[in-house]
Design a protein around this ligand. Structure first.
Ligand SMILES: *[C@@H]1O[C@H](CO)[C@@H](O)[C@H](O)[C@H]1NC(C)=O
Ligand SMILES: *[C@@H]1O[C@H](CO)[C@@H](O)[C@H](O)[C@H]1NC(C)=O
Length: 194
């Protein structure tokens, strides 16, 4: 009897160890690689958000996002970039624009405005992956956003995003999938500027 108990205890320890190794085997250093300042050109252009999540504090805003596209344009000969975005929140299109600074002296690419601080990760070609630190209505937290130039989210892109989110400490609860067929129009109508 005593032997059996010891055997069981050992087997359980082994099992726990094995599943611990399996869970810990996600190679975060490979999944989470920051872009360098000289890679800024990789984030320029027009993008459609296909999956996003947020920290607890900001999850309310990300859950309401029905669709989102944005454009990032550099100003020639300067470290300023222009962002403008169109987001469908509930049934309403919101329009926003702001200028931000590209910090070329950091070890990783950082583009920051007063409200948003963006860091950028290596991702697939023609893809855009960013961690945005934001302070909105007194709430501060991070967004994690994956966007593409076109097309919808593939299964493998979704898997990578979910593993990367886990590496970065986002909870698995708040993933949202904006609808790429419901994008707001370009027109510069400041119906709901923010
Ligand atoms: C961004 O900077 C440009 C050039 O200085 C200016 O014309 C534009 O109004 C600014 N946009 C915003 C949203 O601040
Ligand atoms: C996405 O938007 C299209 C166009 O409005 C709509 O037909 C479709 O049902 C939406 N899909 C989801 C999952 O809501």
């Amino acid at each position: 009897m005593r032997n059996l108990t010891m055997y069981l205890a050992k087997a359980l320890t082994m099992l726990t160890l094995c599943s611990w190794v399996a869970a810990g085997s996600t190679d975060c250093s490979n999944l989470v690689r920051y872009l360098k300042p000289e890679d800024a050109n990789l984030v320029f252009g027009k993008w459609t958000v296909v999956i996003a999540t947020a920290d607890e504090a900001l999850h309310g805003t990300v859950q309401q996002l029905r669709s989102s596209w944005f454009e990032v344009k550099p100003f020639p000969d300067s470290s300023v970039v222009h962002f403008h975005w169109r987001e469908r929140i509930g049934g309403v299109c919101t329009y926003g624009a702001e200028n931000a600074t590209v910090y070329k002296d950091r070890t990783a690419l950082a583009i920051e405005s007063e409200q948003y601080k963006g860091q950028y990760l290596h991702t697939c070609p023609d893809c855009y992956l960013t961690i945005i630190k934001a302070e909105i209505n007194g709430l501060s937290g991070r967004y994690f956003v994956f966007a593409k130039r076109g097309g919808s989210l593939t299964d493998s892109e979704r898997q990578s995003f979910e593993m990367q989110a886990e590496c970065l400490g986002f909870l698995p609860t708040y993933f949202t999938f904006p609808n790429t067929s419901e994008l707001c129009p370009e027109q510069e109508q400041p119906v709901n500027t923010r």
